[in-house]
Write a protein that binds this ligand. Structure first.
Ligand SMILES: Nc1nc2c(ncn2[C@@H]2O[C@H](COP(=O)(O)O[C@H]3[C@@H](O)[C@H](n4cnc5c(=O)[nH]c(N)nc54)O[C@@H]3COP(=O)(O)O)[C@@H](O)[C@H]2O)c(=O)[nH]1
Length: 662
């Protein structure tokens, strides 16, 4: 059988075109893969280029060459861009070569004006070798992880091609006439060139087949790790993620939670309304759970009506309970299920189900996936026993403790809404004059069922849940309102100190809030003191300095609370614009019995004065303590010795009595 050059080129271009079409089809089947348009553009360019070659005998050679090669080059560019989109490649510029090469070769081939055939062949081989080496280097540097088989094939193909051309180049240089007998002419095609055409065509077809099969493999993998009904991950995938999650939390010293969820009354729906209604219900359940979770969390379906939720990197065990409660609440809302032969006039079924959730925690309840699943399952059984529609932890004590905390959180939330918070005032006394010069505002919760609740029982949970922001704002507003009332009633000006929690400092614009409250209540800025703890300031020192400076610029006084229990560093005392140092009660408690505490207290007073601060001692309960503080030059104190924190009316009474006594 005799092949002329035109037949060979035609076959070659057909291979290219088929290759491009097949790529285009692959990409179209995977809508998430970028650039189908590029593949189609490539096909069109190749075909038109091919037409240009076919017209070689009809139109002048040079026109045919220009049309064919420019279009083939365009096709190469399109395929290259398509490839980049397909693999998500950014740096693989040299892959361009793979598709521009045929075009460059053809250009070379048709350049009959080129004087020397050997020079043409040397140029082409050098070009191919360089491009091959660069391409291999690029691919090796940035190997595709998901399609490693295809990358290996590419490397093999390019390697073989490069080797062929190295041999060809050496032969050409050593014996320039050796290959000249195979010069390109329609009668005697270049054999090496033919071989090269054959290899590239075959290799590219192979690459395409590998690509398609790799994509199919991806789909199969997905099927193996996905629940076909809900499209959620299945048990296998969950176990892998859980194992990885445990490794990460172990390394970072954090915890994770596993929530095993079983639907209540699902069987009744399935039996009465049929399996398609049951399937629809499961899909809606999956959607509701998913919408409740953060992006980093995961919900999987284990089969039947069992789901499992993985919460990674949780701060407290209660976080898992909160999510569980929200899921239980979400799933107890009615579901609308369409009838199997629904018409416009017939409404669907409304069904109500529920969920019971068992929770296990890493590391408390186990350190491997199987154990955690087992414990969550046991806890889920407990939840069902406890009456369904609730959650339970694997450990009973934890369940009780967490349920209590969550109930408290709910009551506190309602308490804030129903205005059950109160502000008590503890007098601050100037030691030299013995007169009340200010008060610390301390929050209390007047619960209708439990009576007066001390802050120690709800401030920590308010901090955890963010409720402290609402509480802090309310205390500030109420204190300023009350202070302004006392001024209006003719009491002498007092400094009112309000606690600012670290959360408030971090998460809200305390400057704007204070400005707003002062404007609203008319309370003078110079009589408001904000108390901050050392830890609240140390978290982000630069921001703290900026915020404190702004507060200072408003005329507000700033105090550091519980001084001596935290960092107590001179560096930050110098850096932060403070007015008052409050010595922590723990140093005062054992005066005059503990020499160390006496020395520390005396040192803090002296140091505070050197730095220009006013020093106030907290928790003064005895005359001896007061005498000691006076002797050491402390400016002020607060403590049960004078008064516990009292409601506003009682505090006003203390002020009246002081006024009466002169
Ligand atoms: N972020 C906010 N924190 C607040 C607010 N209100 C209070 N708190 C913080 O709660 C903690 C406990 O406060 P409380 O139960 O009110 O206790 C205060 C005083 O009653 C107590 N104290 C004062 N003198 C004595 C004493 O002589 N003996 C004794 N046994 N206790 C005494 O000390 C608490 C004041 O502490 P401090 O704030 O450090 O000055 C407490 O940490 C409050 O800060 C609030 O609105 N926001």
């Amino acid at each position: 059988m005799k092949f002329d050059l035109l037949t060979i080129l035609t076959a070659y271009l057909i291979v290219d075109a088929v290759f491009a079409i097949a790529f285009a089809v692959t990409v179209r089947r995977h809508p998430n893969l970028a650039g189908p348009g590029w593949w189609l553009a490539a096909c069109m360019a190749f075909f038109t280029g091919f037409l240009g070659i076919c017209l070689r005998d009809v139109i002048p050679d040079i026109v045919s060459i220009v049309i064919a090669n420019s279009l083939i080059l365009t096709g190469g560019v399109c395929v290259w861009i398509g490839i980049r989109g397909f693999f998500g490649l950014r740096q693989h510029w040299s892959l361009f070569a793979l598709f521009v090469l045929p075009a460059a070769t053809l250009l070379n081939l048709f350049m009959e004006v080129w004087p020397s055939v050997s020079a043409r062949q040397i140029t082409m081989s050098t070009f191919i070798i360089l491009i091959g080496l660069f391409t291999i280097r690029d691919i090796v540097r940035q190997r595709s992880v998901t399609l490693s088989m295809e990358t290996n094939l590419l490397i093999g193909f390019l390697g073989a091609e490069t080797v062929i051309h190295v041999i060809r180049l050496i032969t050409l240089i050593m014996r320039p006439t050796a290959i000249s007998s195979y010069i390109l002419s329609p009668e005697q095609p270049d054999r090496v060139f033919l071989m090269w055409l054959f290899i590239t065509g075959t290799a590219r077809l192979l690459i395409m087949v590998t690509l398609v099969s790799a994509r199919l493999q991806d789909e199969l993998n997905q099927l193996a790790t996905q629940d076909s009904l809900t499209q959620l991950p299945n048990r296998r995938f969950l176990l892998e993620r859980l194992k990885h999650g445990i490794d990460v939390e172990r390394r970072d010293g954090k915890q994770l939670a596993l929530l095993m969820l079983d639907l209540d009354r699902f069987k009744a729906v399935n039996d009465s309304l049929g399996h398609s209604a049951g399937d629809e219900l499961l899909q809606q359940v999956a959607d509701r759970i998913q919408s409740r979770l953060r992006d980093v969390d995961m919900v999987a379906r284990l089969g039947g009506d069992e789901f499992i939720v993985l919460l990674e990197d949780i701060a407290h065990p209660e976080d898992a309970a909160r999510v569980a409660e929200e899921i239980v609440a979400d799933l107890s809302r009615p579901f609308q299920l369409p009838r199997s032969n629904e018409t416009d006039h017939e409404p669907g079924h409304e069904v109500q189900i529920g969920a019971s959730i068992g929770i296990s925690l890493y590391p408390q309840h186990g350190d491997n996936p199987e154990l955690l699943m087992e414990q969550a399952d046991i806890a889920m059984y407990e939840a069902k026993q406890a009456g369904r529609g609730c959650f339970a932890y694997f450990s009973e004590e934890l369940t009780i403790a967490v349920r209590k905390r969550i109930a408290l959180e709910g009551r506190l939330r309602r308490g804030i809404e129903q205005q059950e918070l109160r502000v008590f005032y503890q007098p601050q006394i100037d030691i030299a004059s013995g007169r009340i010069v200010g008060a610390e505002a301390l929050v209390r919760w007047q619960s209708p069922t439990e009576g007066l609740i001390a802050p120690i029982n709800f401030i920590p949970i308010a901090e955890e849940t963010g409720l402290i922001l609402a509480i802090g704002e309310w205390v500030l507003r109420e204190t300023c309102r009350q202070g302004q009332c006392w001024l209006a009633d003719g009491f002498l000006p007092l400094t009112l100190a309000v606690n600012v929690s670290p959360q408030q400092f971090r998460r809200c614009d305390i400057n704007a809030l204070v400005a707003e409250v002062l404007a609203e209540t008319g309370f003078p800025a110079g009589q408001l003191e904000l108390e901050m703890t050392e830890s609240g300031l140390m978290d982000n020192q630069d921001k703290a300095v900026e915020v404190l400076n702004n507060l200072r610029a408003q005329g507000i006084r700033l105090a550091i609370d519980d001084f001596g229990t935290g960092y107590s560093s001179l560096a930050y005392l110098k850096r932060f614009p403070l007015d008052v140092l409050k010595i922590d009660k723990s140093f005062i408690d054992d005066i005059p019995h503990l020499q160390d505490d006496m020395e520390i207290t005396a040192t803090i007073i002296a140091m505070g004065h050197i730095l220009g601060f006013k020093v106030l001692a907290e928790g003064v309960e005895t005359q001896e303590q007061l005498d000691f503080l006076r002797k050491k030059g402390c400016d002020a104190y607060q403590g049960y010795f004078t008064s516990k924190p009292v409601p506003a009316e009682d505090f006003a009474e203390l002020l009246r009595r002081q006024h009466k006594n002169g």
